[in-house]
Design a protein around this ligand. Sequence first.
Ligand SMILES: Cc1cc2nc3c(=O)[nH]c(=O)nc-3n(C[C@H](O)[C@H](O)[C@H](O)COP(=O)(O)O)c2cc1C
Ligand code: SF4
Ligand code: SF4
Length: 280
Amino acid sequence: MKLDKLCVAYYSPTHTSRTVARAAADGFGIARREEIDLTTDLNESPVAVKDSICIVAAPVYGGLVAPVAARRIGRLRAENSVAVPIVVYGNRDYEDALVQLRDLLRAQGFTVLCGAAFVGEHSYSRPGMPIAEGRPDATDRTEAETFGQQAYASLLRQLGIGETPDPTARDFALTYDTPLESLITAPPMKGNVPYKTLGPSTPQAPVVNENCYGCGECVDWCPTGAISLQDGHSTTDVSLCTKCCACVKFCPANARTFDTPYTAKLHQHFSARREPELFV
Ligand SMILES: Cc1cc2nc3c(=O)[nH]c(=O)nc-3n(C[C@H](O)[C@H](O)[C@H](O)COP(=O)(O)O)c2cc1C
Ligand code: SF4
Ligand code: SF4
C-alpha cells in the first residue's frame, strides 16, 4: 500500500481557508499535489480521493463547519487516504467545528492524522470596523507551513518510515504493509461531541447600490448560485444567500454591502488577536 500524492481540498468563499490550506500543504513539501476547490462547485456527484494525504479546510459559521462546506466535503469519497482537517474562524471562536470536520472526514472513509484551527479575516469585517483584518497574515502562513511540516513528520513516524523519500521526486511514494487505520492515531482535538445546535437564522443578503455596472463577476464567486444579472445590475436570491460576503469583499466597484449589528459587536468584543491552535 502507498500514499503517493498531496491533495488540498477546501470550501472558501473569501479565500482565507484556501490560503491556510495551501500554506500547510507547502509545509509537507510534496510536489505531486492536486487541488479540489469545492467553493463554487454546485455539482452533487462524489469526488474520489485515493492514496492521498488530503488537507481539508473549511470556514467556521456559528461555531460549526459552514453548512454548505459540510455538504460539499461530504461528497469526498476516500480510499486508502489520510486527512488533515483545518477550520478557519474569524477570531471569535471555532467551538465544535474542528471535531465536527474530523468526524465528517472519518465518515467519508479517511484516516485522520491531525488537525488545526486558524484565524481568518471575519466575513463581516469592514473598513473602520475590522475583525481579524488581513488574516491569515505572514505569521499565520508561517505557522501553517510549520503545521504541515509537523504533520508530515508525524505521518512518517506513525507509518514507521525511517528513510524519508524525496518529496519532490516524480515517483514519490510512502509505502507500508498494514491498513492506515491500524497505524495512525489522531491526537485529541478541542471541541464537544455532541456538537452544539444552532437555532434558525434570519434570511438576509447583501444590498446592491448604484455603483454596480453589471460586470457579472459576483455571479461566478457566489458559492450557492444566489446572484444573477437583471437589466445590467446584480440581484440576489435571499433564500440562497449564506452571508459569506464573498461578493461584498471582491466586487471591484464596492457595489455590495452587508449590514449586520454583529460587525460592531464582533469588532468590539473580539479584537484581541487569537493564535492558531495545532493538534499534532
Ligand atoms: C454566517 C457566518 C457565521 C460565522 N460564524 C463565525 C463564528 O462562529 N466564529 C468565528 O470566529 N467566525 C465566524 N465567521 C467568520 C468566518 O469563519 C471567517 O471569516 C472565515 O475566515 C471565512 O472563511 P473563508 O475565507 O474561507 O470563506 C462567520 C462567518 C459567516 C459568514
Ligand atoms: S455587484 Fe460588483 S461584481 Fe457584481 S456585477 Fe455589480 S459591479 Fe460586478
Ligand atoms: S450573495 Fe450571499 S452567498 Fe452569494 S457571494 Fe454574496 S453573500 Fe455569499
